[in-house]
Design a protein around this ligand. Structure first.
Ligand SMILES: Cc1ncc(COP(=O)(O)O)c(C=O)c1O
Length: 393
């Protein structure tokens, strides 16, 4: 056995000891509300399918139709022969939804952040090392893209406009290109970035504002447009409220052309397959009409937040369909997840390094497939729990 193999084994032992072991749990997807594990069925509170679209007949029918008409694969990268005639219509719909001049479809949200940021932060192209101001709770794929570009992130305190402003001021007038990177809705906290103020700072300091709208697109904003109106560049996914898979960048025409010429994730990866594109296309058609679903989900999340706070849980600054129960130790979060499982609810414990040390949590996400009775059942199950409670509700 090579010595490196022993190092991986030792790493795994440490993970297990610290309550940080990750494993793949085999689940059966039955509908938008339930998942099966073995013979048991659980109400799924761990899915990002906020609009419950992944089983929607419009999506499944168009996915099936496009598979039959265009095949199940795209055959090559978009720059070779994979740029199917299906992309243009979808990209026009994304650009209209995000109110940006154009859009470019990418393989996944992770890949988009990893490779779009790498391309945009290219020091050689920019002529100087970029200054990258990044919310410290940004998604791993954003940090990954920055690291891939070689740019050092200047991390500001989470959603702290004053801190961001003071960091920007420190570098005022030095001529280096500036970027501000933030999520609109933070994936593990369910809070929203103060985008109007961040946008103002971006304009004041001539910084490019790049917003990851993954958890807002479809479910928040007028007509499900998301919250990224202030952004110069929006990155988002089809994999959450839009029910399917894949991602997009919405931006100016110059940036789109630049990405086609420079973005490794687009150039060196096979284009998304027709069934996946069919589902995205149908979701984009549906999203503007789903105000009732958006209001339903917002109401469920608020009902849960109030109930959870009354039980003494810390739901952080959540105001959206994502509600964490922040509890401290990884072991406590795991044991709460297990208890909920015993009561018929599926909620995942989120532990470091996904979240900062000492803030392990359950991350609950509410969807259009849930009912008020589901929320009340969940609250009942939480009413005798293992996480430390706050001193006051
Ligand atoms: C904020 C954010 N950006 C990007 C991603 C990655 O998106 P995808 O799942 O499409 O790769 C996620 C999801 O995990 C996310 O939460």
């Amino acid at each position: 056995m090579p010595g490196s193999e022993r190092s991986y084994g030792a790493y795994l032992e440490r993970r297990e000891r610290d309550g940080l072991w990750r494993e793949l749990v085999e689940v059966e997807a039955r509908d938008a509300r339930n998942i099966g594990i073995g013979k048991e069925s659980y109400v799924n509170f761990a899915s990002n399918d906020y609009l419950a679209l992944r089983f929607h007949p419009s999506l499944t029918n168009r996915a099936e139709a496009w598979a039959e008409e265009h095949g199940v694969g795209s055959g090559a990268s978009r720059l070779v022969t994979g740029n199917l005639d299906l992309f243009a219509g979808i990209e026009a719909k994304v650009a209209a939804l995000k109110q940006k001049p154009v859009a470019l479809t990418m393989a996944s949200g992770f890949q988009a952040n990893a490779s779009v940021l790498q391309a945009l932060l290219d020091r050689g192209v920019l002529g100087a090392e970029p200054l990258v101001f990044s919310d410290r709770l940004n998604h791993a794929s954003i940090h990954f893209g920055c690291a891939a570009s070689g740019a050092r992130e200047i991390r500001y305190r989470h959603c702290d406009v004053a801190h961001l402003g003071s960091l920007l001021s420190q570098y005022q007038g030095n001529g280096r290109p500036k970027f501000i990177l933030t999520e609109s809705v933070f994936s593990m906290d369910g809070d929203t970035a103060p985008l109007a103020e961040i946008g103002r700072l971006a304009r004041e300091h001539d910084a490019m504002l790049i917003v990851d709208d993954a958890h807002a697109t479809g479910i928040l904003g007028e007509g499900g447009r998301g919250l990224s109106g202030e952004a110069d560049v929006v990155i988002g996914t089809f994999s959450k409220a839009l029910g399917g898979f894949g991602a997009y960048v919405a931006c100016s025409e110059t940036l789109r052309d630049y990405l086609i010429n420079r973005c490794s994730g687009l150039i060196y990866s096979t284009a998304l397959p027709p069934p996946v594109l069919g589902a995205s296309d149908a979701a984009l058609d549906l999203v503007p009409s789903l105000d009732a679903e958006r209001a339903h989900v917002a109401g469920l999340a608020e009902r849960f937040r109030q109930g959870a706070r009354a039980l003494g849980f810390d739901t952080g600054a959540s105001t959206t369909q994502i509600v964490p129960l922040i509890g401290g130790s990884s072991h406590a979060a795991l044991s709460l997840s297990k208890r909920l499982r015993e009561a018929g609810f599926f909620a995942t414990a989120i532990r470091p390094p996904t979240v900062p040390a000492g803030t392990a949590r359950l991350r609950l996400a509410f969807t259009a497939a849930h009912t008020e009775a589901d929320i009340d059942g969940l609250l009942n199950a939480l009413d005798d729990h293992a996480l430390p409670r706050r001193a006051t509700a």
